[in-house]
Ligand binder design. Structure first.
Ligand SMILES: NC(=O)c1ccc[n+]([C@@H]2O[C@H](COP(=O)([O-])OP(=O)(O)OC[C@H]3O[C@@H](n4cnc5c(N)ncnc54)[C@H](OP(=O)(O)O)[C@@H]3O)[C@@H](O)[C@H]2O)c1
Length: 273
């Protein structure tokens, strides 16, 4: 049995839909199970039960401080070993993201997985096209961001889900492989041009001040978001590679329409009273 964690999340639900479309049986693991799903909460290790799972697609639960994310992933890997899981497919962060504020928890998880004795595959996911578009802010005359002229080799969630489904369906072909799943470079100006508006770059200092002044953000979020802006601006997330197309068996999807759609959705939100 294939078990995909984070089943109500955007990536895991798309992986499950991909597997279903391919006729590959899989079950979703989630903190809030509906019929046919399994209860899986990495923050509740005493109740983690992965019995009957051959292939675990461990979708990172990364929205927290490093220590909490590492503890979550350690708990699920301990349960995987104890419960006889054969292969673990882990969704990590792209190699170019080594300097992102949230990379440490991913790299520590990768190390725990390699040392676990379990068969493993690491999917180093690039940043989502949808995320890139959502991080662009609307001003009176167009878009603004701290990305400058830097590009991001953005990937659609759907492509990452399709790649994960391919690996989960045939894990033995991918054992002990680390794939860097980056897409096609896109800039904030590309998104603005597509929408027929200007893109204005703000400084990283101004961006930091805005993040720190935002009462809606949790403590881990300002450094997380600032590191994404800094990494894009300095060009360390622009590199492309062959792994995504290799797993997809086709070229990566153009991320621009997805970034544009996310930016457009953000305009509706910013227009709300
Ligand atoms: N590459 C990128 O650009 C990017 C961007 C954002 C995040 N990420 C990372 O990729 C992961 C998947 O992305 P996504 O777009 O699917 O995010 P998402 O829609 O926010 O889904 C995240 C899911 O993580 C699961 N989760 C949270 N806490 C958990 C816990 N304690 N135990 C088990 N599961 C837990 C939840 O699933 P249930 O509600 O079903 O329990 C949640 O829905 C994120 O969690 C994050 O680590 C990557």
């Amino acid at each position: 049995m294939i078990l995909v964690t984070g089943a109500h999340g955007a990536l895991a639900s798309t992986i499950l839909a991909e597997l279903d479309a391919r006729g590959v049986p899989a079950v979703g693991g989630t903190r809030t199970p509906a019929a046919g799903q399994r209860y899986v909460d990495f923050d509740d290790p005493a109740r983690l039960d992965l019995g009957g799972t051959d292939v675990l697609v461990l979708v990172s639960a990364g929205y927290a401080e490093d220590d909490r994310v590492v503890a979550r992933h350690r708990a699920v890997l301990d349960a995987a070993r104890r419960d006889g899981v054969r292969s673990v497919v882990y969704t990590s962060v792209t190699t170019g993201g080594d300097h992102l504020a949230f990379a440490l928890a991913h790299r520590v998880t990768e190390r725990m997985l390699r040392d676990s004795g379990l068969a493993w595959t690491i999917l180093r996911n690039g940043l989502y096209a949808e995320l890139f578009g959502a991080l662009l802010r609307w001003s009176a005359d167009g878009l603004e961001s701290a990305f400058g002229t830097g590009s991001l080799a953005a990937v659609t969630r759907a492509d990452l889900a399709a790649a994960a489904a391919s690996v989960a369906a045939a894990p033995r072909s991918h054992t002990s492989r680390t794939y860097d799943l980056v897409g096609v470079p896109v800039t904030a100006t590309d998104v603005a041009d597509h929408l027929g508006v200007v893109h204005r770059t703000i400084g990283l200092g101004e961006y930091r001040d805005r993040l720190l002044a935002d009462p809606l953000l949790l403590p881990f979020q300002p450094p997380m978001l600032h590191s994404i802006a800094s990494a894009v601006r300095h060009g360390v997330l622009s590199g492309t590679g062959p792994d995504l197309a290799g797993l997809l068996g086709r070229a990566a999807t153009d991320p621009l329409p997805f970034a544009v759609a996310a930016a457009t959705a953000g305009r509706a939100v910013s227009a709300r009273p």
